[in-house]
Design a binder for this molecule. Sequence first.
Ligand SMILES: Cc1cc2nc3c(=O)[nH]c(=O)nc-3n(C[C@H](O)[C@H](O)[C@H](O)COP(=O)(O)OP(=O)(O)OC[C@H]3O[C@@H](n4cnc5c(N)ncnc54)[C@H](O)[C@@H]3O)c2cc1C
Length: 458
Amino acid sequence: MNAIREDEDMALASHDFGHIVESRPLGVLAARSCAAVGELVAFAGTQGVPVAARGCGHAPYGQGQADGGYVVDMGGLDEVRCVPGDRTLVAGAGATWGEVVRVGLAEGLVPPVLPDHLGASVGGVLSTGGFGGSSHRRGLVADWVRELEVVTGTGERLVCSPERHPDLFGAVLAGLGQCALIVRAALRLVPAPVRVRRYRLYHEDPAGFFTDQRRLARDGRFSHVAGRARPALGGTWSYMIEAVAPYGGELPRVDDRLTGDELSPGDELSLRDDLLIGDLDHDRDSEEIEDLSYVEYLHRPDRDERLLRATGEWDRPHPWLTLLLPEAAAAAFVPAVLAEADQQGLRFCGVVQLRPLSGRVLGAPLLRRPPGELLCLLSLMRTAPPTDPGTVQRMVAANRALYERARAVGGVLHPVSALPMTGEDWRAHFGPDWADFARVKEQYDPQHILTRGYGLWA
Ligand SMILES: Cc1cc2nc3c(=O)[nH]c(=O)nc-3n(C[C@H](O)[C@H](O)[C@H](O)COP(=O)(O)OP(=O)(O)OC[C@H]3O[C@@H](n4cnc5c(N)ncnc54)[C@H](O)[C@@H]3O)c2cc1C
């Protein structure tokens, strides 16, 4: 087994991106092999002490910490290999999605769904499910996994897939690290676009925004759709849809009466734009249309991250809350919430993300979602002042209150959030699937040592 480190890694493993929960492990294992992870987990099992995997540390509320136990730093398991003939990419759990994209694109291939932010680890995102711009059409990042190699709570190394140990496979994807730690994943790939056209469409009226998002989620005319609420003048909010379509410079034939011969290139472009956004309800004067390379598009959050790191905001507390709402409820819930005094901080520091989703294509069984076809993911990505624990605690309490209100309208928590949850909350969260989840947990992690940071079995 590799050396358990007790130096500065301990300090790192005591924190996460949330900077709200802090707990000190006994030691940190810098994983260099899957076998070493298995040995450590088996050893921890004999001691009955907790173990949690750490990928890139983006958890918001201690979900990847192991108070008084061992943190497995997966960073060393970062090998990424593309098998283009099989349209498969095999990645160590500690590799980042940025590395996955780099290796896949060298072969012109890419996973069908990618998280917006490519700086998280493969294992960390698969264990929470993973949403991205193409989720409205293609579901979760985790829905495109062919096979996993995992270490269970007894230290056993197993390969699981829809055919091999399917119960374990289903319990690991979006399974919050409860039944096994992921050490390696085989991901499906699809051909990547070379260039994309990006539309930014602004709405003052939330009703129009939600109607358009609903339309785009349903008809799938864009490959990627995301949205944001943005502070506007007079204490109000405006709304923005970001929609993307592959654009290789070749134009579809848009009208039987017009052929390519009869159109000048400029006409063709505007006809195509009209085909994609002509029936939407946004403000035409402010629409933005831009062509980008697909790589530029994928790396769109990098600039913001650099800025946030430079200003120090990246290292401040992040009491984030993410909810999945029935789309029918979102149109009233979101504007009402944003108008409240508790959310005013978001006007100055933070981001409000609104992602349209289709329940039809969300696959991983442990990803909880409201019933119905159309859903909306609301993410309140707050940043708190660095030296004001009172404000952080108020924001966490506001998250809890909002979670309860969301439940009352059929909403569901996405566990990448900062709020206290009781055992009873988790049982309600998993609902009728709780008993099966508990049975698989008993089988693969009988000592309940894995990933206790969520507090599921408290
Ligand atoms: C700036 C930012 C942008 C984000 N954007 C998106 C987005 O677009 N889409 C999206 O879906 N999410 C997004 N997230 C959420 C992020 O993807 C999740 O929090 C993810 O779990 C982070 O993984 P990590 O390895 O960085 O974090 P970590 O804190 O290391 O891990 C997160 C959780 O996963 C567990 N875990 C880590 N590795 C493994 C493993 N190998 N096996 C089992 N469990 C493991 C940890 O124990 C912990 O519970 C974003 C987060 C941030 C901070």
